[in-house]
Design a protein around this ligand. Structure first.
Ligand code: ATP
Length: 304
């Protein structure tokens, strides 16, 4: 069953088009990474799913309903983001008590346990928490609410790397204990790839791809070697579209990222020409796929 379905979605803020012609379906009980560069519409899409924003055009369904201003959907969706605000006088304990009322699957034991695990003092005021601790506490709310649809917008902002790792472990553990649909946006794909099943990659307000993460891992390969060897053994046999990225790293040497489906089956003569074949890290691949144009920083320094 699809929990979230978007069909030809558009969102405009005045003259700014944040999302354009985005269609996708997110299946029940999956963890999806919403990935994209700054300003590509991730927050906008999550806010629309949570019913806080209305699409300008197109159709969005969450649990088969229009989520905008919909109380029934609101009870099934939890959005964790850095705009979560609570009265200044509220301690963490007060917030846990208040939030618990709204969510039928709320698990107090998990909430208390995680507060302790992440060394957060229940008597401390939310308004006095450090940036990283605020993110941790907000994420605890999202986890303990155990909503059928849990949306996390860059949940690790401000967390140090040890807390981030712990947070991902906790999220995965909780998901395995109570499977639900989780969508989390992040720039740090590298550190969350192990918990993701699918990836929704946005680029400049459009949907670039929606794939299982395993397919993305096989999407491209890197080739490093002399420019001449690469040209003779590989480039001459490929179309321009097959080359996702090209970078000169030492005079006369090239690093290429090539779409796997466009590669010749036999790598032997590529290897025998001294070319190294390398996996491409997912972070790098996403950066390449969402680059404004082919090439890299080298192009900037070649100008003039
Ligand atoms: N309230 C608003 N009014 C006008 N423009 C907005 C508003 N909110 C977002 N935008 C614009 O919409 C586009 C998408 O913004 P959004 O915050 O959804 O992107 P994002 O992918 O979450 O970015 P980031 O990774 O930097 O958080 C950006 O160009 C942004 O400036």
């Amino acid at each position: 069953m699809s929990v979230v379905v978007g069909y030809e979605l558009y969102k405009r803020y005045g003259k700014v088009q944040a999302l354009g012609d985005v269609s996708f379906a997110i299946e029940e009980n999956t963890i999806t990474g919403l990935i994209g560069r700054n300003g590509t519409g991730k927050t906008t899409l999550l806010k629309m799913m949570a019913g806080h924003l209305k699409p300008t055009q197109g159709k969005l369904r969450v649990f088969a309903q229009n989520p905008f201003d919909n109380l029934d959907v609101a009870g099934k969706v939890f959005l964790v983001d850095d705009t979560m605000a609570f009265p200044d006088s509220f301690t963490l304990q007060d917030i846990l008590r208040e939030v618990a009322v709204f969510y039928p699957n709320w698990n107090s034991q998990i909430a208390q346990g995680l507060l302790e695990y992440f060394l957060l003092n229940p008597q401390q005021r939310h308004s006095n928490l450090s940036k990283g601790s605020k993110s941790t506490f907000n994420a605890i709310l999202g986890i303990a609410a155990r909503c059928p649809l849990t949306l996390l917008d860059e949940p690790t902002t401000g967390m140090d790397s040890a807390v981030r790792k712990d947070f991902y472990r906790v999220l995965l553990k909780d998901y395995l204990e109570q499977p639900r649909t989780i969508i989390l946006s992040s720039h740090l794909l590298g550190e969350l790839e192990d918990i993701l099943e699918d990836i929704l990659l946005l680029n400049q307000g459009g949907l670039l791809m929606h794939k299982p993460i395993l397919d993305l891992k096989q999407y491209a390969l890197g080739f490093r070697g002399s420019a001449q060897a690469l040209r003779e053994s590989l480039l001459n046999r490929l179309s321009e579209e097959a080359v996702l990225h090209r970078e000169e790293f030492v005079k006369g040497s090239l690093y290429l990222v090539i779409k796997t489906e466009e590669l010749p089956e036999d790598f032997e003569n590529i290897r025998s020409s001294g070319v190294e074949i390398l996996p491409v890290a997912l972070d790098d691949l996403c950066n390449i796929l969402t680059a404004p144009r082919k090439g890299g920083i080298d192009d900037v320094y070649k100008r003039g």
